[in-house]
Ligand binder design. Structure first.
Ligand SMILES: Cc1cc2nc3c(=O)[nH]c(=O)nc-3n(C[C@H](O)[C@H](O)[C@H](O)COP(=O)(O)OP(=O)(O)OC[C@H]3O[C@@H](n4cnc5c(N)ncnc54)[C@H](O)[C@@H]3O)c2cc1C
Length: 568
């Protein structure tokens, strides 16, 4: 016989969307249970940068307005998302950082580190100010729950151990004013915390996504909201025409949880399911290319919603990001897929398909770069994978995925097994072309042409470096164009780029209240979907850094309010 629990609201998934929905529903007077299939809470949100894209947030150094934000979203989503949904995002998203503050999670904009919107020529685009960052927190307030929090992404750790937030990371990489002081402070805080060091190597300071999730988890603990780990949704139950709860599996046993007022699906995308990728995404596609935690987001809630008649939206879409298969220096045997979020903007680098030809503006956002990979694959059949090529100047000065600049970690200190396996290196372009299987003459011609553009500072082929977004990601010291630099200093290098993602974004279609819409076009009573499990409010696009967590938490907030309004 199956075990039974009861609640007003069942939330499925413990990423940012799920935990925020749970806290908000509780604060509106509802009894909430959160279920999470993994033995760790936090999902992809925990390994993320934690940044959120909040237009008109009141802190932007550049004037912003709801009308401007709406115009931008309407332009970039190209009519694929109903205006009512976009308007709801513009209206509610500024309330999210304010609500998070009441939960003890602090967001701020940064005067210098403020990412530009990703479509600089769209009406209403801002050169900075819409992306907000999360303040670090002390994880010790979580007690034993600290150890059940999914660990941060290795890229957000200094020396594989010490938590650094985005602003510290940028300061250290750029060796910007005061970097030595920051480094000393970080090292001494970690190593002098002797009591905690005796317990674990894990830094008790939480930054980025772990600060967001740690803060939300603390809010749930303070409110006594149960979070059940290792509890996997398998089906939804329907009674008297409304969704009335979930069937879950816990340690091989069935668990029925009734939800008298609503079920909120917040279980992430389906990027870890190869069969769902094969069914819905363009081919070829591999779960192993994704940058999200293995085995978590496999689309069970999507299938459960389809089973009871949900309609879908944007099933062929993901938040694309080219990923590089590369371990960290300290863990040479574990290959990880590391998204190349910003490195493509540094000078002395370009990307080519397997014909040795450039195919896009490399300094565009990771999402646009991924879409360009797909287009080029359709046109040539010679992308997926493609190659990121750079010279010794790039290698010396700039980081790339898990590689620190060679000025800090020279090639001689890298595991020898990496060479001509994960990192290809040759003394000439011809030698490199040979190693990566690209036609020599084509690669040489591509580089020669690109070097001409770099000398002029104008990329006549793809316009790289011709807008404020591209320039933001270049090297301010490099002239005449901070993102265009010749590739002329040997050795030359290449890494393979797969069409990775940081989550799929197709799923049950939802309305402006986050209610799942059925195939008959009507909202399905009692069922909500937020975050990457839902058909995205951003459609096929990615407006700016933080748009995925921003959307997840905005519609989590909306869902909780809607449940309370309809049933209160
Ligand atoms: C390295 C990296 C950096 C990123 N940085 C940013 C950033 O700074 N800003 C930004 O906006 N986005 C960022 N992203 C993307 C962002 O992390 C995701 O889009 C976001 O976390 C999705 O949130 P979610 O709540 O929908 O899902 P998730 O956070 O993935 O949470 C879903 C949870 O549901 C659980 N679950 C799945 N199926 C079931 C089931 N059947 N039953 C119960 N539980 C289930 C999963 O185990 C998981 O814990 C980044 C991603 C990566 C990989």
């Amino acid at each position: 016989m199956s075990h039974q629990l009861t609640a007003d609201v069942v939330v499925v998934g413990s990423g940012a969307g799920g935990l925020l929905a749970a806290a908000r529903a509780h604060d509106l007077g509802l009894k909430v249970i959160v279920i999470e299939k993994s033995d760790r809470y936090g999902g992809t949100s925990a390994i993320s940068g934690g940044a959120i894209w909040i237009p008109n947030n009141g802190e932007s150094p550049i004037a912003d307005s709801p009308a401007q934000a709406l115009a931008y979203l309407q332009s970039v989503t190209q009519g694929q998302v109903p205006d009512a949904k976009l308007a709801r995002y513009v209206e509610v998203s500024p309330q999210v950082p304010a609500y998070l503050k009441t939960l003890g999670v602090h967001y701020y904009t940064h005067p210098t580190l403020s990412y530009p919107d990703y479509y600089p020529s769209a009406p209403g685009a801002l050169a900075s100010g819409r992306t907000m960052f999360v303040s670090p927190m002390d994880g010790r307030v979580l007690g034993e729950d600290f150890f059940r929090l999914r660990e941060t992404h290795p890229e957000y750790l200094l020396l594989e151990k010490i938590a650094i937030d985005v602003t510290e990371g940028v300061q250290l990489l750029a060796k910007a004013k005061g970097w030595q002081g920051t480094l000393l402070r970080l090292l001494s805080r970690y190593w002098t915390n002797l009591g905690w060091r005796r317990r674990t190597y894990r830094d008790c300071r939480l930054a980025n996504g772990t600060a967001l999730i740690g803060g939300l988890r603390k809010a749930l603990l303070d409110r006594g909201i149960p979070l059940r780990l290792k509890t996997r949704l398998t089906r939804l139950t329907v009674s008297h025409g409304r969704v009335s709860g979930v069937i879950a599996e816990y340690e091989g046993r069935e668990l029925q949880i009734s939800a008298s007022k609503g079920v909120v699906l917040a279980s992430g995308g389906f990027e870890q399911s190869q069969s769902l990728r094969d069914s819905y995404l363009e081919q070829p596609t591999m779960a192993s290319w994704s940058g999200t935690p293995r085995n978590n987001n496999a689309g069970e809630a999507l299938l459960a919603a389809l089973d009871i008649g949900a309609d879908t939206a944007f099933m062929n879409e993901a938040w694309w990001a080219p990923t590089v298969p590369m371990p960290s220096v300290g863990t040479p045997n574990t290959v990880r897929n590391i998204p190349l979020f910003f490195e493509r903007g540094y000078p002395h680098s370009l990307a080519v398909n397997r014909l040795g030809k450039r195919f896009t503006n490399e300094a565009n956002s990771y999402h646009q770069f991924g879409q360009a990979m797909l287009r080029d694959q359709a046109a040539t059949g010679a992308n997926l994978p493609c190659w990121f090529v750079f010279d010794a100047t790039f290698r010396e000065k700039y980081p790339l995925a898990a590689l620190l600049p060679s000025a800090v970690v020279p090639d001689s200190k890298l595991p020898p097994g990496w060479f001509d396996n994960l990192l290809y290196r040759a003394d000439s372009l011809a030698g490199l072309a040979d190693k990566i299987g690209v036609p020599t003459q084509a690669l040489e011609q591509t580089v020669e042409q690109f070097n001409g553009y770099a000398r002029l500072g104008v990329d006549a082929a793809f316009g790289r470096g011709g807008n404020f977004h591209n320039l933001y990601y270049g090297d301010p010291q490099h002239q005449p164009n901070r993102t265009l630099g010749e590739l002329h200093k040997p050795p030359f290098y290449a890494v393979r780029l797969d069409l990775g993602d940081i989550g799929t974004k197709g799923g049950p279609k939802t309305d402006e209240n986050a209610r799942v819409v059925g195939k008959d076009g009507q909202p399905m009573a009692g069922l909500y979907a937020v975050g990457n499990v839902a058909g995205s409010v951003m459609g096929a696009t990615y407006p700016g850094a933080g748009a995925t967590l921003g959307a997840a938490m905005t519609f989590a907030y909306v869902a909780a309010e809607d449940i309370a309004r309809r049933t209160g």
